[in-house]
Write a protein that binds this ligand. Structure first.
Ligand code: 5AD
Ligand code: SF4
Length: 447
């Protein structure tokens, strides 16, 4: 009997992509995907370190999985990703039954670690943060029409609250040639939509260590500015939609705006994390823009591309955030008119600059600010969605909706979910023109 595996993935899309690459390697090594986690012989937790809560969840999960080995002695339990990178050795002290811990940037070590675990050997694999990382390779495309493609690894921005540079290492762009080959292969396997991933994705092409001496690190297929890469991806036959995440206002250039207007494959959505609406807080966060610069980037974008959806991330309760700072975040969110927003309570991360400052906004106050912004966003989302009633949208069909199998769900170019009755013969990955008949804060409906 082939051993079965399951992944439990926390954190961002980058992690989803890396779990997939590790799954591909396990499939290639002869393991099979388990029907569910409970029955799996091998369970791998892909972890996130961005907030303490994300780590607590992964540690709790790992504790339960390791305990399950008492009844199932042959079971393999491993951890990969950001928390594995951050905690390393310590994980084995906390979880004596753990079989392996594999850091970021070396997902290709997961399959050998599983093999070793089946022979009773534990593995700890970490890659130096300044070493050239391996890009996650291998997709599991069977029947899927949408795929993630990591184009930029690591981050050099060093926002004062952020653990990412410490767990994902130096920023590094994958060679354009390699990215384009990957997208071409995905298109040939039936993928219609690609989401390009990178922490500071608009820095794409800035830092590409020459790993092939014969190929000079200059334009011409080796590295390209981000908008050029978008164009090159758009030129690949079969690809119908291109998304990317995450943005930074400095990357909202005339070039990018021109592409949003002229390149029909580029989806009209931008995830542009703002973090705070107060210039004083932004400066302490070391975000590299002011409130005004951020709003200007959004205004420029909306003026040129009126139907673009802009979504964001916000942190409440950053050290020293006053009621007035918070009010500025509130008004910025109104002025930017975000289509969606993810609100996080500040969590000090060991080793970051802001963790040396007093975490002086109380937990209750963070919760209160969080609730207020969520409430505002619900109202704003409902109003924005209401405006779409009566419009016709190109919807990429994803398949039967979770709640009601007779209805399907899909997404607009602006990344809004549409629930609709599927026309005869519709296949996942097909695009249909639908007239929106009803709107809820998070969902659109069409007949
Ligand atoms: N505390 C709370 N939220 C954080 N984020 C990043 N670091 C922290 C932290 N220390 C949020 C940011 C980022 C998102 C992925 O997580 O909003 O955009
Ligand atoms: Fe979490 Fe950040 Fe790592 Fe993604 S990169 S898994 S959000 S810590």
């Amino acid at each position: 009997m082939k051993k079965t595996f399951a992944f439990h993935t926390y954190g961002c899309q980058m992690n989803v992509r890396e779990s997939e690459a590790a799954a591909r390697a396990l499939l290639d090594a002869g393991y099979t995907q388990a029907a569910d986690e409970a029955s799996a012989d091998i369970v791998i937790v892909n972890s996130c370190s961005v907030r303490a809560k994300a780590e607590d969840k992964a540690l709790g999960k790992l504790g339960l999985l390791c305990a399950s080995k008492r009844e199932r002695p042959g079971r393999v339990v491993g951890v990969m990703g950001c928390m594995a990178q951050r905690m390393g050795d310590e994980l084995f002290r906390r979880l004596p039954r753990l079989d392996f811990a594999i850091g970021t940037r070396c997902a290709e070590r997961v399959a050998p670690a599983v093999e070793a675990a089946l022979h009773g050997e534990a593995t700890l694999a970490l890659r130096g943060l300044h070493e050239t990382p391996d890009a996650p390779s291998g997709h599991v495309t069977d029947g899927g029409f949408s795929a993630f493609v990591t184009i930029l690894l690591g981050c050099n921005r060093r926002c004062t609250y952020c653990i990412v540079p410490d767990v994902r290492g130096d920023e590094w762009s994958r060679p354009a040639r390699e990215v384009l080959c990957e997208v071409r292969a995905l298109a040939e396997a039936g993928v219609r939509e690609v989401t390009l991933l990178g922490q500071s994705i608009m820095n794409y092409g800035l830092r590409t260590p020459a790993f092939d001496e014969s190929d000079p690190p200059s334009p011409g297929g080796y590295r390209l500015p981000f908008p050029r890469l978008l164009e090159a991806v758009a030129a690949i036959p079969g690809i119908e939609r291109i998304r990317f995440t995450s943005g930074h206002p400095s990357g909202v250039t005339d070039e990018l705006i021109r592409l949003y207007r002229e390149e029909p494959k580029l989806c009209h959505h931008l995830h542009l994390p703002v973090q705070s609406g107060s210039t004083a807080v932004l400066s302490r966060m070391r975000r590299g823009y002011t409130r005004e610069q951020y709003l200007e980037a959004v205004a420029k974008l909306r003026a040129a591309v009126p139907d673009i959806a802009v979504t964001t991330d916000v942190i409440v309760g950053f050290p020293g955030e006053t009621e007035a700072d918070f009010e500025e975040t509130r008004t910025l969110m109104g002025a930017a008119g975000f289509d969606n927003a993810f609100i996080f309570k500040y969590s000090p991360r060991p080793g970051t600059v802001s963790a040396t400052w007093e975490d002086d906004v109380s937990e209750e106050e963070k919760a209160r600010r969080n609730q207020i912004l969520l409430g505002d966003q619900d109202v704003r989302g409902a109003i924005l969605n209401q405006k779409l009633v009566g419009t016709t949208q190109a919807v990429l069909a994803e398949g039967p909706s979770l709640r009601n199998k007779a209805r399907w769900s899909g997404r607009t170019s602006s990344n809004k979910i549409v629930v609709f009755t599927p026309p005869e013969g519709l296949k996942p990955g097909d695009t249909v023109a639908l007239t929106i008949t009803r709107a809820a804060p998070q969902t659109l409906y069409a007949e």
